[in-house]
Design a protein around this ligand. Structure first.
Ligand code: NAP
Ligand code: ZN
Ligand code: ZN
Length: 349
């Protein structure tokens, strides 16, 4: 076992603090990665606070991992020491179900193995995430960070990037489509950049009026502040596609009415439940869907797309011991636009 400095939540109420964890020695098909940066996703907060239920403690969060390969197992041919790589939200899956065979491991019928707050395929060994200095991962669940994307700006692509890219692609968003991104946080700001790079006309719907200038700088064509409820009536039947990244409970029906005939709204934010009425769906043959991250193949495609279009996340790099404060700021929607941990600041590293 490899003793590894990390940062963990001891319970759903205690602040995160240092913890030494064990990483496995790389097996024949494993890659040992020295983690350089790890993004901070709102899902880390949901899980640390057990808002989705079933959380496993101690929990080492973090699923936006970038670093360099330290060494590889004997059977590994695709990766070598020094390669710059990433690990996203899962580190394994069954590999044989229809979803896995179709390259959509995030929808594995037997359940993907989450990068943290889960168990390895043995059903016992807990998984620990990227708030740590190294990780051992099977070679098939690693992606390549293209040259030209700075590592701190690349880390958030492993979750925020793929979670917004995948539904935009799957639902066929194309040049000229009217796209609205709801919530300008980690996911939302990547949604703006990616939708814009796909040629869409992009509107940000935000409950933080102070983010207007940022939204336009990020590439949005328009900014609508949703703290003014008249916005909903004024913008009825407008959008082809709405991507909802909001982390807190809100009224989906109000947003659905902003879709035009045959429009689609996709939820990627995962707050507590909120009722959906039939009326807004029925009256304009609108669709409501959800989407979970993306598979390994699509994550690589997204990284290459970002490199080609010069996209990266806007980040605020923090020291590990600022994490509890970063969570508080995210809960106040005060993130511009992703916190990224510099793992060199983890005690004992
Ligand atoms: P984040 O950086 O904290 O951003 C969330 C944004 O939601 C905020 O910046 C804010 O934007 C908006 N918001 C927050 N509270 C609100 C409220 N009360 N009313 C209206 N808007 C509010 O979070 P994130 O990391 O982007 O994650 C967003 C959500 O996606 C989380 O629920 C997370 O768990 C989920 N997620 C899902 C997937 C997936 O695969 N589906 C993957 C990753 C994350 P404004 O200030 O602009 O309003
Ligand atoms: Zn995430
Ligand atoms: Zn599977």
């Amino acid at each position: 076992m490899l003793k590894t400095p990390a940062y963990a939540a001891p319970s759903k109420t205690a602040p995160l603090g240092p913890l030494a964890i064990d990483r496995r020695e790389p097996g024949p098909h494993d890659v040992l990665i020295d983690i350089r940066f790890c993004g901070v996703c709102h899902s880390d907060i949901h899980q640390v606070r057990d808002e989705w239920g079933g959380s496993i403690y101690p929990m080492v969060p973090g699923h936006e991992i970038v670093g360099t390969v330290a060494r590889v197992g004997d059977g590994v041919t695709r990766w070598k020491a020094g390669d710059v790589v990433g690990v996203g939200c899962f580190v394994d899956s069954c590999r044989t179900c229809a979803a896995c065979e179709g390259g959509e491991e995030q929808y594995c019928e037997k359940g993907m193995t989450p990068t943290y707050n889960g168990r390895e395929r043995d059903g016992k060994t807990p998984t620990f995430g990227g708030y740590s200095t190294r990780i051992t991962v099977n070679e098939d669940y690693v992606v390549r960070i293209p040259d030209g994307i700075p590592l701190e700006g690349a880390a958030p692509l492993l979750c925020a990037g793929i979670t917004t890219y995948s539904p935009l692609r799957h639902f066929g968003v194309k040049a000229g489509d009217r796209v609205a991104i709801v919530g300008l946080g980690g996911l939302g700001h990547m949604g703006v950049k990616i939708a814009k790079a796909m040629g869409a006309h992009v509107t940000v719907l935000s409950h933080s009026p102070g983010k207007r200038d940022d939204a336009l700088k990020l590439g949005a064509d328009e900014f609508l502040a949703t703290d003014d409820s008249a916005v909903f009536a004024r913008n009825k039947n407008r959008f082809d596609f709405i991507l909802d990244t909001v982390s807190a409970t809100h009224d989906y029906n109000a947003y659905l009415r902003m879709l035009r005939l045959n429009g689609t709204m996709v939820l990627v934010g995962i707050p507590d439940p909120s009722p959906v009425s039939a009326g807004p769906l029925v009256s304009r043959r609108r669709r409501l869907a959800g989407s979970s991250i993306g598979g390994i193949r699509e994550t690589q495609e997204m990284l290459d797309f970002c490199a080609e279009h010069g996209l990266q996340a806007d980040v605020e790099v923090i020291a590990m011991d600022r994490i509890n404060e970063a969570y508080e700021r995210m809960l106040r929607s005060d993130v511009r636009y992703r916190f990224v941990i510099d793992t060199a600041t983890i005690q004992g590293s």
